[in-house]
Design a protein around this ligand. Structure first.
Ligand code: ATP
Ligand code: PRP
Length: 215
């Protein structure tokens, strides 16, 4: 079968995807948690994993540097999805993308007044579209992490970020004010690879689907 390169990010995506790959008979040759290698061979000749930042997975797949990958819907929305198919929702990394503000912040008053607000987020594109659809005027401040800090130190009125248990928001005196969307991770496939390596990709898809159906 054609060689296959799969892009994954360390942390949640890798942890949750490895069991799916194992069920499909694909096991990395080195331990991804301890190895510093960025290309990991697997027990299946021709199948390799490449380890990239979560936000870079769609880029590697778009340009065909990886044939397939696993990325959160949050990341895919920001990327835009050009050059990619998203054939399968893996249901991994489930969380919500929300607007959150301090408990004391008068959110409904702000909306009623039509006030201009400052929003800190790493999801600038998605946040812009969300507030534009509501007709709200916002100034977006791009951050790369620890978004929850921004309203506490006066950098922003609210944030757009991911919430799972809600522990991080609670620990920082914040609460969700609007749900933007539910998030989960998807298998993404390079459009050309879907044609050129159809047999290998179709086999992977079927194996993933069968494993997910048993869960
Ligand atoms: P990087 O560190 O490279 O900037 P990251 O911190 O976003 O990336 P992860 O925290 O591993 O990387 O998140 C990867 C994906 O997992 C996210 O894009 C999102 O889809 C999902 N995710 C993030 N946080 C949570 C969470 N708290 N619960 C469930 N899923 C999450
Ligand atoms: C994510 C997200 C929130 C937190 C939400 O951060 O950016 O901060 O999880 O999860 P909770 O509702 O269960 O508390 P992550 O743990 O990935 O840290 P990082 O983005 O700083 O790497």
């Amino acid at each position: 079968m054609a060689p296959l390169t799969i892009a994954l990010s360390k942390g949640r995506i890798l942890d949750e995807t490895l069991p799916l790959l194992a069920a499909a008979g694909i096991v990395p040759a080195d331990n991804p948690d301890t190895s510093r290698k960025l290309i990991l061979a697997t027990n299946r000749p021709g199948v390799a994993l490449v380890i990239v930042r979560a936000t870079d997975v769609p880029t590697y797949v778009q340009y065909g540097a990886a044939d397939a990958g696993v990325a959160g819907k949050d990341v895919l929305l920001e990327h835009g999805g050009e050059g990619l198919y998203q054939p399968l929702d893996l249901g991994l990394g489930r969380c919500r993308l929300v607007v959150a503000a301090r408990r004391s912040y008068d959110w409904s008053g702000t909306i009623q007044r039509g006030a201009r607000i400052r929003v800190a987020t790493k999801y600038v594109k998605t946040a812009r579209e969300h507030f534009a659809a509501k007709g709200m005027h916002v100034d977006l401040i791009k951050l790369y992490g620890s978004m929850e800090l921004a309203p506490l130190v006066g950098l922003a009125d609210c944030i757009v970020d991911l919430v799972d248990t809600g522990n991080t928001l609670r620990a920082n005196d914040l609460e969700p004010r609007e749900l933007i969307m539910n998030i989960s991770s998807r298998l993404v496939v390079n459009k050309a690879a879907m044609k050129m390596k159809h047999e290998a990709i179709a086999a992977l898809l079927t194996q993933f689907e069968q494993t997910l159906a048993k869960r």
